[in-house]
Design a binder for this molecule. Structure first.
Ligand code: NAP
Length: 467
């Protein structure tokens, strides 16, 4: 078989990754170590909960997704180096030795780090998502052997627009102006002014991701840079394990709520498209995009910065109705042992119907449960839980009522140029995803990895579910 061009590209490369401790970052590290011969991966890690970068790196590799790597490449740790830093700190908080090491050693950069909290305080979201990205760009300019930089954005960075092409969009403000305004305001003022500042964007996350793109448009010329924009990333499809996911963001929260019997009604437009993508195919696309950027022979001007929309809607669409239906099918095949109610989820776009059902199916049973708890001397908890769930589902409404028309020509072109070996090793085309099979793995994975329900409980759970 032909040689893989992507493998050839990464051979002996030193890669710098921010956000390596997160959901996508972990899969990126795993795939690079297992499927390429990168020389070293330098991971920028911040101190968290009293743990420094070095102790966090040890914990990182305890995750089950690294089991296969440990079997296939037992010496993988020799290729990992921790770099202490923080994207919210000026100059990424790097010490001079690490900075110089990165400047002299690095060939490929993946800037994955971000705060993905939709309602993050605007000042913090700006300092991580915009200022942090600017600092990464400034650093890459000083890298002597740089071949490629990928900034991970989101397909929803311009979600106030109905059609999203693989191009830059105008932002109403210059990124520096927003930074200066935020510098002068106190926390209270920022909270109050945020809706006015973010304007048509639904939250501070998408707004700051748009500002970061706009900053790249202003300052990215001369760099071998590309922007990778994934849609909603959920569990893995195939590798390194099927159905792996470690967070309850977005639709996964809805699925987990449904299969545990907690969530029984949601507000959504059933015909809207659910632009979801599997995490492993997304990471394969991300790895391929860095190679694609390095191959561009055109002048490195802003007009030539490639943007890759990584979405499912263009080639393999699925509606929210199908999403819920597939969840219910597999949720009933793989019930969880501690579900509190039988599996059922009503989806409605009618606000009045939603409010009535929400009262009958969530609030009323919660009141009854909590009354029982108080009478038996226990703490009432369920109503509080539903308050959190309703806040979470309200945040999702914006994305469940709309459909966007994304174009993904650059991503499709990238796939069409790949040889057979690359396609086998980095299968990122959404045409390769079979949703029915995917959802079986997604639900099984959620049951196992998120809800910590081992396969051994399945028979008992099924009997309980029938009753
Ligand atoms: N997940 C999705 O559905 C999705 C969809 C589209 C785009 N994206 C983009 O993909 C990227 C990764 O998302 P994810 O889902 O993997 O999120 P995640 O699990 O929350 O990971 C975020 C990563 O960023 C790091 N980070 C946050 N603030 C930092 C700081 N101040 N300094 C250094 N590192 C910091 C986190 O480090 P700690 O471990 O220290 O917190 C973590 O490693 C983001 O850029 C996001 O915008 C995600």
């Amino acid at each position: 078989m032909e040689e893989s061009n992507i493998q050839k590209f990464y051979k002996s490369c030193n890669v710098f990754i921010t956000g390596g401790t997160g959901f996508m970052g972990k899969l990126l590290i795993e795939k690079l170590l297992r499927s390429t011969e990168v020389s070293s991966i330098y991971l920028l890690i911040r101190e968290k909960k009293g743990k420094n970068a070095h102790s966090r790196i040890d914990e990182l590799f305890d995750d089950v997704i690294f089991d296969r790597l440990k079997r296939e490449c037992p010496k993988y740790k020799n290729r990992i180096e921790a770099i202490s830093g923080d994207c919210s700190v000026s100059g990424l908080g790097l010490n001079i030795t690490d900075r110089q090491k990165l400047m002299s050693d690095i060939h490929v950069v993946f800037h994955v780090a971000a705060t993905v909290k939709f309602d993050e305080n605007l000042k913090l979201a700006y300092s991580i998502n915009v200022k942090g990205t600017k600092d990464v760009l400034d650093l890459t300019r000083q890298m002597k052997s740089l071949k490629s930089v990928i900034h991970v954005s989101t397909a929803f960075s311009n979600c106030h627009l109905p059609e999203i092409e693989e191009k830059f969009y105008d932002c109403p403000y210059a990124y520096e102006d927003i930074g200066q305004v935020l510098e002068k305001l106190n926390k209270n003022d920022i909270e109050q002014l945020t809706p006015r500042i973010i304007g048509p964007w639904p939250n501070t996350y998408t707004f700051t991701k748009a500002l970061a793109e706009s900053m790249i448009k202003e300052t990215g010329s001369g760099l071998p840079i590309g922007i990778f924009r994934p849609a909603i990333v959920i569990s893995t499809y195939k590798e390194p394990v099927e159905g792996w996911i470690d967070n309850l963001y977005g639709p996964t929260g809805v699925c987990a709520g449904t299969i545990t019997g907690v969530l029984r009604v949601i507000k959504a437009n059933v015909d809207s498209i659910a632009d979801i993508v599997p995490a492993d195919t997304c990471v394969a696309g991300l790895i391929a995009s860095a190679y694609d950027v390095s191959e561009k022979e055109c002048e490195r001007t802003v007009d030539n910065i490639p943007i890759y929309n990584y979405v499912s809607s263009s080639e393999n669409p699925i509606t929210w109705d199908e999403f819920v239906h597939l969840n219910l099918i597999h949720g009933s095949k793989y019930p969880v042992i501690n579900s509190i109610w039988a599996l059922s989820l009503t989806v409605t776009s009618n606000i009045i119907v939603y409010n009535i059902l929400r009262f009958l199916l969530h609030t009323l049973p919660a009141l009854l449960f909590d009354t029982g708890a108080v009478l038996s001397g226990n703490k009432p908890r369920i109503l509080q839980l539903y308050k959190k769930i309703h806040k979470f589902t309200e945040i999702l409404v914006y994305f469940c009522f709309r459909s966007w028309k994304f174009s993904n020509k650059n991503t499709v072109n990238m796939w069409s140029k790949m040889n057979r070996a690359d396609r086998e090793l980095f299968p990122f085309s959404m045409t390769t995803v079979h949703w029915l099979l995917y959802f079986r793995r997604y639900i099984k994975g959620m049951r196992l990895y998120l809800l910590k329900d081992p396969d051994s409980t399945l028979d008992v759970a099924k009997k309980r579910d029938k009753r």
